[in-house]
Design a protein around this ligand. Structure first.
Ligand code: SPV
Ligand code: MN
Length: 640
């Protein structure tokens, strides 16, 4: 486009932005023929007052510039020996998603379920825009365009983020598909999600200091997310959990599903591959399931699922992993370990660094007694302001890496039609009740008894007390932006319409022995469960019918333990793991019922019906076999 042509197409917003843009950046922005894009950037620039604006066009040069700047300004440090590795530190009070500071802005007259954190929209907008005023003074505003989901696809949702953090922009290189050309192609009418982020005031270590004025507000009316005075990627990379909330609403109104789910391919006999989606609350084994060696990964966090030709087809919204690093060790997570210890582009966060080496908790190696971590210089015994001992690395320390850098990435990652799901699994953190793996009796039973009843305990992935049991409906409790009952109903409706329904499973990696509180399984056992599920999808193994679902037969697991893990699986272990614990299961039903009765006004009636029947089955079994029912007893019952 000639300069004259450019001037002719210029709208007042573009004009207002011109003084902040280099001629090259101006040209990049002008090539997007969508006044809403220009308007958003101009208004937010006017609010935040950056010294200049960088438009990232996703060219190799722009991507490299973002990566370089993150180090140049000091938000990341190139102090690790392995090429491509950098480290970023978040502030002491900014080490996880902040539930308290994350609020929905709701217009007057609308109320969400009581369980959701919300505030009046006008008040919220006034507050957050007030905090954002002049927040970028002296800094560059970086503008990023992404495609959520594969590009050029029915799944694609476009996203635009303005941020003053090169670290956030760099993380987006790794975690999302590029979207600049999609915006150019989409033209004037295209819709997009908007994110405005500022780290706010930073200290000399380039860490946000005004954590008391942290706001993470979601304005669904304008499809806009505001995030300020935080850098932790779960709060600042708007396309992660924040845009996810907006997507849940969009999905609900359009009849598809946006889920907190991994996507993976599982190999069955003769090289057959079956795709699974799996919902797990944060820190409940989602990434390590998705990364099981020998299987393939499409995603570890967020999936969009649509009914296409009467099958459930799914895509990964993202294209990288922002994974928990704690407990990643060569034995339990060999593939992640390999990429974390070899050259390649990785951003570590909130780990310990000593002599150019990264360390974290549970890495299977001794961690040094001093070094540099998210509290600055660290030494063993160092205490925080409350007197609590500071660990070497934060429990929620993470790594960001692009999926395409993984050797087990699935070739269908960018398929615009997604992959067809054979199975869906729900996994909580339930130390007492559910068996390690079971199959639901039907779509409705699975959605209600496993998905909507998913329970977990709070973990380090959110700020606050750990270990508090809570309902985490389909693992989206933190992100749900529609009435909760409606979400259950949407899931029920979605599956009922499909001719090819995915089989629904429940898993529980955290069951403990009643007697001594020890975990009944090792982390590797999940690999056996997923192989069993694969066989069940194709009806190639039988199962025992119990009150809570179909469970594996001992002989099938024995074979799989040998094949997959080269382990001898004993009957004793099987009995321990698959005993149906009636009192614990009754208590669980009780808790779930109470939660929905007290918090959710629009619970579908089926929910209580399915739970009632599960209770009846448990009571009948108790009558016959007692409180703790060893799986052998179910061999006499009808097999499935
Ligand atoms: C989670 O906590 O579920 C994550 C990381 O996947 S975050 O980006 O913090 O949401
Ligand atoms: Mn997650």
């Amino acid at each position: 486009m000639s300069y004259r042509e450019l001037m002719n197409t210029m709208n007042p917003y573009l004009e207002a932005l011109q003084p902040k843009l280099s001629p090259a950046d101006f040209k990049k922005l002008a090539a997007i023929d969508n006044p809403n894009v220009h308007e958003f950037i101009a208004k937010e620039s006017d609010l935040c007052q950056p010294k200049d604006i960088f438009i990232c066009s996703d060219s190799a040069e722009d991507i490299a510039h973002v990566r370089k700047q993150a180090v140049a300004v000091g938000e990341e440090q190139a102090i690790l020996t392995i090429p491509g590795h950098t480290v970023h530190f978040d502030g002491e009070h900014d080490q996880g998603r902040d539930r308290q500071a994350t609020k929905y802005l709701v217009p007057k007259g609308i109320t969400f379920s009581k369980a959701l954190n919300q505030m009046d929209r006008q008040e919220g907008l006034a507050e957050v825009r007030g905090v954002l005023r002049d927040s970028m003074q002296g800094k560059t505003m970086i503008v990023r365009f992404v495609s959520l989901g594969p590009r050029d696809s029915v799944f694609t949702i476009l996203g635009l983020q303005c941020t003053d953090s090169w670290y956030v922009a760099h993380s987006e290189n790794l975690l999302y598909r590029s979207g600049y050309d999609q915006f150019v192609k989409a033209g004037p009418k295209s819709d997009f999600l908007r994110v405005l982020h500022s780290g706010g005031k930073l200290n000399g270590d380039m860490v946000s200091v005004d954590f008391n004025k942290k706001c993470i507000y979601i304005d669904q009316m304008d499809n806009t997310i505001y995030s300020v005075n935080t850098q932790y990627a779960g709060n600042s990379v708007g396309f992660k959990k924040l845009a996810f909330r907006l997507a849940i609403r969009k999905a609900s109104s359009e009849g598809w599903l946006a889920e907190h789910m991994l996507l993976m391919g599982v190999f069955g006999p003769s090289g057959r591959k079956t795709y699974f989606a799996g919902a797990f609350p944060s820190a409940c084994g989602k990434t390590s399931t998705a990364m099981l060696p020998g299987e393939s990964i499409l995603g570890d966090d967020i999936a969009y699922i649509r009914d296409i030709d009467s099958a459930a087809r799914a895509v990964n919204v993202e294209s990288g992993i922002f994974g928990i690093i704690q407990d990643v060790n060569p034995k339990d997570d060999s593939l992640i370990w390999k990429s974390l210890t070899n050259p390649g582009e990785i951003v570590f966060s909130n780990i310990l660094v000593k002599d150019g080496k990264p360390y974290w908790l549970g890495m299977g190696q001794e961690v040094p007694k001093d070094g540099c971590n998210y509290t600055g210089t660290w030494y063993e015994g160092k205490k925080d302001e409350t007197g609590a001992e500071i660990p070497a690395a934060n429990k929620n320390a993470r790594y960001a890496v692009a999926l395409k850098a993984m050797e087990n990435v699935d070739p269908e990652l960018d398929n615009p039609h997604g992959v067809e799901l054979g199975g869906i699994l729900y996994g909580g953190r339930d130390t007492k009740a559910y068996v390690p793996v079971q199959q639901s009796f039907s779509w409705d039973h699975g959605i209600i008894a496993y998905g909507a009843s998913l329970e977990t305990e709070t973990t380090f992935a959110t700020i606050g007390k750990e270990g508090v049991p809570e309902i985490n409906m389909m693992s989206i409790q933190d992100f749900i932006s529609i009435p909760m009952g409606k979400n259950v109903q949407n899931n029920l409706d979605f599956g009922r319409k499909l001719k090819k329904q995915p089989v629904v499973f429940g898993v529980n990696y955290f069951l403990k022995e009643v007697a001594n509180g020890k975990y009944v399984n090792s982390p590797q056992d999940k690999h056996v469960w997923i192989k069993w599920m694969e066989l069940r999808v194709h009806k190639e193994v039988g199962a025992l019918k119990t009150p809570t679902g179909y469970i594996p037969k001992y002989e099938d697991l024995k074979k799989l333990f040998k094949q997959v893990l080269n382990k001898n699986y004993t009957k004793e272990d099987y009995n321990k793991q698959f005993t149906i614990r009636v009192p614990e299961n009754l208590a669980k039903i009780e808790r779930v019922q109470r939660f929905y009765q007290e918090n959710v006004t629009d619970t579908p009636l089926e929910m209580f019906g399915v739970l009632y029947l599960q209770r009846e089955r448990l009571m009948a079994a108790k009558e016959k076999y007692g409180d703790y029912i060893s799986p052998e007893n179910f061999e006499k019952e009808a097999e499935a």
